[in-house]
Each structure stands twice: as structure tokens, then as C-alpha cells.
Design a binder for this molecule. Structure first.
Ligand code: SPV
Ligand code: MG
Length: 279
């Protein structure tokens, strides 16, 4: 499940999801910038660090194109491991990338160059469990099944732990045609944002290993913020929204204020216990 900051990551974990997608689209949107590498890689890294600090489940960072060539990517891998991020997904486009749902025929990376990037990342990681997911944008860029298969095979052979096959059709036709040919050669990840109507059992039937719900919390929060802001603006009071929004106590719980209060009792001389029985 997508998250884009420490708070949303915490919500994802407490809901029960097994992993977090640190979405480039959602993180950039939450910063108010475009999904075109306008946020620098260290700014993204910082967001990922907040997510890791507030959660215990694995985080897969959307690493776009790896922010440069193999050298930039291996530095990213090193920094992600230091910050307890479980893996990174890189896509075979060119820096600065654009979101897959904007425009047509986006230029793709050279296959050999991208394979070198994957290898450099795998050679850099120190933790055997760190995952590198290689994302194929062949369908997105208007190429067919043959190119998608060629790239998926090459990236798998270069050492990718999984391949993310992306599609922007409203039906899962491209993905299904790929899965029939792929024949379980390695784990496949999908992002069914545009073919959202497809039942999940179908993904299981075609042996897809991982499904990413890629942007649904940022979209939910945009809608909630718009409705609330409009209501307050129009009514010139906060009375009507009070019952519709998260109570303050929910914020304090998600921030784990209780832990700080306990720590203060242990470490801060003169802390008055009775002041802390409020939460
Ligand atoms: C993201 O969530 O940033 C993704 C998925 O990369 S997509 O928006 O479909 O490109
Ligand atoms: Mg992205």
C-alpha cells in the first residue's frame, strides 16, 4: 500500500498491510511538486527515513530511474540500506522521468545500460535481503509484448529480484499476455491503477507475486482535505466538520505520544506523573 510520509506509513502498517510502497507520485504530490524528479533524491531519502522510523514492515522505495547512472544508483542503494529501507524499484526510463500516465511514447533506457545499473545495485547491497525490483516501461511507452519480454528477461538475468511490469490500459490484457509468456521465470509485481476493476483473484491465478495499490492514500487525503477546507471556508466555522475528521487523540496516538510520556518519567527529573494521565 502506498504511503508518502511517516504518518501515512504508520496508518498502512496498523491497517495490517505487509509492506509499504513509497510512491514517487504520492511523495512528490505531498510536497506540492511534479513527479518529474523535481524533489531531489536526498529529499526523497529523507521522507523514506521518516517512514522507516515510524514502521516495522518492509518499505519498497520508488527509486524512479535511480537518479542518474549506475553510480548514482549504487549510492542510493547504500543510503537506503543505512536507513532501513527494504528495497528499491527502478524503471527503465531516462532522467528526469515523467509519470507513466502522462504523455505517450516516453523514451526508454538502453537495455544494457539499465542491466549495468541493476548489477551495480546488487553488487553494492550488503544485506542479502535487500530487494531490487526492475520496472519495465515497454508497454507504457507503446512497445509490444516482445520488447516487454526481452527487457524483463534481461533485467532478471542481470540480477533483479523481481520485475515490475507496468501497463496503463484499463483492462489487464497486456499483463495477462505477458504472464502467459513469462512462465514463472521470476517474481512479477504489478500496479493496477488503471485496470482497477480487475478482481484480485485473477492476479493470483496468473501467479503475480505482488500487487501495489500505488496512490490511494494520497488521493483519499486530497479529497478529504478539499471537502474539509471547503466546508470551513463556506460555513466560516469549524463546528460542522468536527465529527467528520480525525480526533486530536488519533493524531497523538499515531505520533506515539504515550511513549514520550513514559520516557519522560524515566529520564526527565521532576516529571509530574499526574500531568501525563491525560492520554
Ligand atoms: C508511483 O506510485 O509513483 C509509481 C506508479 O511509480 S505510477 O504512478 O503508476 O507510475
Ligand atoms: Mg513512481
Amino acid at each position: 500500500m502506498e504511503s508518502h510520509n511517516g504518518l501515512s506509513a504508520r496508518i498502512v502498517e496498523e491497517t495490517g498491510f505487509k509492506g509499504i510502497w513509497a510512491s514517487g507520485l504520492a511523495m512528490s504530490a505531498s510536497l506540492g511538486v511534479r513527479d518529474s524528479n523535481e524533489a531531489s533524491w536526498t529529499q526523497v531519502l529523507e521522507i523514506a527515513e521518516y517512514m522507516a522510523d515510524t514502521t516495522t514492515i518492509p518499505i519498497l522505495l520508488d527509486g524512479d530511474t535511480g537518479y542518474g547512472n549506475f553510480n548514482n544508483f549504487r549510492r542510493l542503494v547504500k543510503k537506503l540500506e543505512q536507513r532501513d529501507v527494504a528495497g528499491v524499484c527502478i524503471e527503465d526510463k531516462l532522467f528526469p522521468k515523467s509519470n507513466s500516465f502522462i504523455g505517450e511514447q516516453q523514451p526508454l533506457a538502453d537495455v544494457d545500460e539499465f542491466c549495468g545499473k541493476i548489477k551495480a545495485g546488487k553488487d553494492t547491497q550488503r544485506d542479502d535481503d535487500f530487494c531490487i525490483v526492475a520496472r519495465v516501461e515497454a508497454f507504457i511507452a507503446g512497445w509490444g509484448l516482445e520488447e516487454a519480454l526481452h527487457r524483463a528477461n534481461a533485467y532478471r538475468e542481470a540480477g533483479a529480484d523481481a520485475v515490475l511490469m507496468h501497463s496503463k490500459l484499463s483492462e489487464p490484457d497486456e499483463i495477462i499476455s505477458f504472464m502467459k509468456e513469462w512462465d514463472d521465470r521470476g517474481p512479477i509485481v504489478i500496479v493496477p491503477t488503471k485496470y482497477y476493476d480487475t478482481p484480485t483473484w485473477m492476479f493470483k491465478e496468473f501467479h503475480i507475486s505482488l500487487v501495489i495499490w500505488a496512490n490511494h492514500l494520497i488521493r483519499a487525503s486530497i479529497k478529504a482535505m478539499q471537502i474539509t477546507a471547503e466546508e470551513i471556508y463556506n460555513s466560516q466555522t469549524i463546528a460542522a466538520v468536527e465529527q467528520e475528521i480525525a480526533p486530536l487523540d488519533d493524531i497523538f496516538r499515531l505520533q506515539n505520544v504515550a511513549e514520550l510520556q513514559q520516557a519522560e518519567r524515566s529520564y526527565l527529573p521532576g516529571t509530574n506523573k499526574s500531568n501525563h494521565d491525560q492520554l
